[in-house]
Design a protein around this ligand. Structure first.
Ligand code: PEP
Length: 250
């Protein structure tokens, strides 16, 4: 009943020309796939080119971040309406790299998420604990707080425009994937946290993606878990063939 999403986060990789070659390779490789939503998140500079390339296909385009104001003197920021204008239908929000290196907080994540969904984007909101927090036995407490503070004020209707990505920071770009059991345990906690804020139906309907060193050879075992509704893929989404085989995990 929850339609899976496989999303690729390119981070700070690929020029416009590289984006075009990626799309040229990905589009024929995923022809006929209809078991999941497919999302690609290029850097801001390649969003419009990517949208043009995937026009008429089932691939959707996402930004990797967004700002909450609609316009103004905010040097370096990009507004929701600009992303929509560039062809985006999704935005990743609160990625751990933004939280760690650019001072994102649960509060800024909530403001960005509100602006994104009000402006018609689907928000992919990232949560996840640091290694030290997991080692200290605080993983569930940290992720619960991120979900409550970041998403606690949204209505059940607004939640239908939000997907959560659980990305344990120790698994991102490290080659150390969470086992399907560890990931499932946290996904189930996240769903329970949503159920504690909203009705069971909102919790049952929200999609929770796993992210952290997802590769073609581990996607199927992750997707087999009841509460894992897709993946947010970094490194392995940069190569069209590798990303296509993750998309075709069935
Ligand atoms: C990410 O950037 O969201 C991510 C999960 O990266 P990787 O797949 O490389 O660990």
């Amino acid at each position: 009943m929850r339609r899976p999403i496989i999303a690729g986060n390119w981070k700070m990789f690929k020029t416009i020309a590289e984006t075009k070659s990626f799309c040229d390779a990905l589009i024929p490789a995923i022809l006929g796939v209809d078991h999941c939503e497919i999302v690609v998140a290029p850097p801001f500079t390649a969003l419009a080119a990517a949208s043009e390339e995937v026009d008429g296909t089932r691939i959707a385009i996402s930004s990797q971040d967004v700002f909450w104001e609609s316009q103004g003197a905010f040097t370096g920021e990009v507004a929701v309406r600009m992303l929509v204008d560039a062809g985006c239908t999704y935005s990743i929000i609160g990625h751990s790299e933004r939280r760690q290196f650019f001072g994102e907080t649960d509060e800024s994540v909530a403001k960005k998420t509100k602006a994104a969904i009000d402006g018609g984007l689907h928000a992919i909101v990232c949560v996840g604990e640091l290694l030290a927090e997991r080692d200290a036995g605080r993983a569930v407490e940290v992720v619960r707080r991120q979900v409550q503070e970041g998403l606690g004020k949204f209505s059940a209707k607004e939640l239908s425009s939000i997907t959560i990505a659980y990305e344990p920071v120790w698994a991102i770009g490290t080659g150390r994937t969470a086992t399907p059991e560890t990931a499932e345990e946290m996904h189930s906690e996240i769903r329970k946290t949503i159920a504690g804020i909203h009705a069971e139906t909102a919790a049952a309907g929200i999609r929770i993606l796993y992210g952290g060193s997802v590769k073609p050879d581990n996607i199927a075992s992750l997707m087999a878990k009841e509460n894992i509704d897709g993946a947010l893929v970094g490194g392995a989404s940069l190569d069209a063939m590798s990303f296509a085989s993750i998309i075709k995990y069935l």
